[in-house]
Design a protein around this ligand. Sequence first.
Ligand code: FAD
Length: 413
Amino acid sequence: MKTLAHRNIPITIIGGGIHGCSIALRLLRDMPAAAKHIAIVDRHPKPLTEWRNKTERQGMTFLRSPIVHHVSPDPLGIVEFAEHHNRSNEFAPPYSQPSTELFWDYCKDAVTELMDQNIYYQFEVSKLHWNKGSGKYPFRLVSKDNIGFRSSAVVLAVGSDDCVYIPSEFIEWTRRFPGKIIHSSQFSLDSLKNTDGRKKFVIVGGGLTAGTLAKSISELGHQVVLIARKRLKTEQFDFPPTWLGPKALTNFANESDFLRRYHIIKENRGEGSITPDVMEILTDSTNIEIYPETIIRKILSVGENKLGQCLRMETTHGMINHVSDVIFATGYRFNLRHYGFLKDLMKQYSIPLICGLPILDTDLQFCPITNLFGSGTVVQLQVGPASSNIAGANLAYARIREKLLARLPKNSI
Ligand SMILES: Cc1cc2nc3c(=O)[nH]c(=O)nc-3n(C[C@H](O)[C@H](O)[C@H](O)COP(=O)(O)OP(=O)(O)OC[C@H]3O[C@@H](n4cnc5c(N)ncnc54)[C@H](O)[C@@H]3O)c2cc1C
């Protein structure tokens, strides 16, 4: 495998998740000769690792979004793939949502192009420098092991996994009971494989991660109490689909107050919802109790049983006894300050933030740093409530396309 050390790369994408790979595949579609001028850098050895890990650890069986949202630029590519492999039965009604396995196999197939063309590199960025006026390659990226290279343009597609969110009042309990009270990102269904006995889990959260975990854990024979601060909401999508169309996006763009934009995003994404198919399973299951509109007051240790330390939870819904594990499925709250490799750059150029999200220009550039772009959660204040979802990559690419193509050497056009 080629190394990046000391090279000059016209376009570097930081993050090889759905967004980073989608941007790269779209660039290649627009300009096939661009392959030797693009690099994706990611801390994992293979693309889409975070997505694969998360869906497997939770036991998610179907996507929430419809058939046309995936990693490649061909909207119906997954349909052809399914037909070709006799897997057309893996689309679920009512919106032809693909099974997680079909989605994964299709995306894995689509990104082999990035591996075959040596576009993807395992490289964890620990510093990003920008030296305005230093010529054609003003960005310098440095890895954890001190390997450096230069780039003409950089796209940040870092997701939000570095921004795990647990409400502040619960953090002390995660410290007091390490391994027993955890965030959903620390949990894997695999950990239940060799469990000898029936555990009782409390899952905290009202979104699809909480619902999927409750379903998957209960299907393994364990008992689950699902606690949500509000009433559980049932929705097929996690934002109204109008946010993919021009009308809502134009109105959003016309809102000049970025704090107001932040609140529009919050209002439209809500605090999470559960798809109708998962909700039906939750309400029908005899292994699951649902406590909506419930506040946790206290968690205590009440000794040990054969499954380990036993907890008791005091809630506004009553006492929950014999709890073996508590999982906070309380999501992620993006904050650019959590990305250490950007710290100096943000300070040096005073990147403005609203509740941790950067204010970018309409081309998704981090003004005043020219040719530093974003895709995914980081561009929410420009792209709106859909930006962190799979479909958001297409919306982001439409905004950054021209400027990125302009960074490529003329002979590759
Ligand atoms: C269980 C589950 C189900 C979902 N279902 C749907 C759905 O049905 N429809 C939908 O639209 N969305 C869905 N989503 C949401 C969607 O999948 C994610 O929002 C999307 O995958 C985010 O992609 P991303 O590329 O922005 O982030 P990620 O997948 O997190 O990728 C970011 C990458 O950046 C890398 N990175 C970060 N920092 C650095 C660094 N310093 N150096 C190098 N690399 C770095 C990370 O290693 C990671 O690989 C789902 C999410 C989950 C977890």
